[in-house]
Design a binder for this molecule. Structure first.
Ligand SMILES: *[C@@H]1O[C@H](CO)[C@@H](O)[C@H](O)[C@H]1NC(C)=O
Ligand SMILES: *[C@@H]1O[C@H](CO)[C@@H](O)[C@H](O)[C@H]1NC(C)=O
Ligand SMILES: *[C@@H]1O[C@H](CO)[C@@H](O)[C@H](O)[C@H]1NC(C)=O
Length: 231
């Protein structure tokens, strides 16, 4: 009786973990109008077939490769002249795609399908592409917007370059706290969470992340800020 009990537990654990591992998407953030790298690797071999497909846009063909060359006849119109593979890397099992001039429509889920030796060892992996906005701000004063939530906010955090906390507000009934390093720069924060910065030196260029929380969820917005000197 005892043995059966243990076997049962092991069986359940394996069942619950396998599917979630297999369907894990890799998240990639790219900046609007810049180029983007979508990683994909497979077991290298001969007769390699590669298909990159954007699933979100009704399975649009992004890029294909077989018979040792690009096959772009059925490529989606939007991707024309914007995609390339690293040819010297394909035999080593690298099907990484480069996408240039990233647009908002490029956002979504991509499938990388690979097969070698004519249908042996095919593999699928998935990328979730997020397009970050990019804004040019003045060194004297710049407002960075935050995607506003419909429901009342319970708090928000602004971060710089994915690490440093600029300011946070964990409860709406108490004022927000600005970290010491950013006191000179933070001029104000609007009710919807947008931040207004001043006296920006060039080392404040980078990625500004706003994390807005309401009762149900946290909405994260990344904005790349470039600073222009005013005369
Ligand atoms: C695939 O090739 C790209 C471009 O050369 C490179 O940046 C990337 O590191 C390679 N990936 C792997 C897993 O080797
Ligand atoms: C927000 O700020 C408060 C006060 O400075 C601090 O105690 C708290 O740890 C911060 N929260 C986060 C998530 O960083
Ligand atoms: C912030 O990130 C940007 C872009 O990744 C980088 O160019 C910049 O040097 C970083 N700034 C600091 C102060 O770490």
């Amino acid at each position: 009786m005892k043995m059966t009990g243990i076997k049962c537990v092991v069986f359940v654990v394996v069942l619950t973990f396998l599917p979630s591992l297999a369907s894990e998407d890799v998240e990639v953030s790219c900046v609007f109008m810049e180029s983007c790298i979508l990683p994909c690797s497979f077991q290298g071999g001969s007769d390699t077939v590669i298909h990159w497909i954007q699933e979100t846009a009704g399975n649009t063909l992004v890029h294909s490769y077989y018979h040792n060359q690009d096959q772009l006849a059925k490529q989606g119109q939007r991707f024309k002249k914007r995609t390339s593979l690293f040819k010297d890397q394909i035999s080593r099992g690298n099907a990484t795609l480069q996408l240039t001039g990233v647009e908002v429509e490029d956002q979504g889920r991509y499938k990388c399908y690979t097969s070698i030796n004519t249908l042996n060892g095919n593999k699928e992996s998935f990328i979730n592409l997020i397009v970050d906005a990019s804004i040019s701000g003045s060194d004297t004063e710049t407002t960075i917007p935050c995607t506003s939530a419909n429901t009342p906010l319970t708090g928000f955090i602004w971060r710089f370059n994915h690490s440093q906390i600029i300011l946070n507000q964990t409860r709406t009934d108490i004022p927000y706290t600005v970290s010491k390093e950013w006191r000179q720069q933070v001029k104000s924060v609007s009710e919807s969470g947008s931040i207004t910065l001043q006296d920006l030196s060039s080392d404040r260029e980078g990625i500004y992340t706003c994390e807005l929380s309401n009762e149900q969820e946290t909405i994260i917005t990344n904005t790349v800020l470039r600073i222009e000197k005013s005369q």
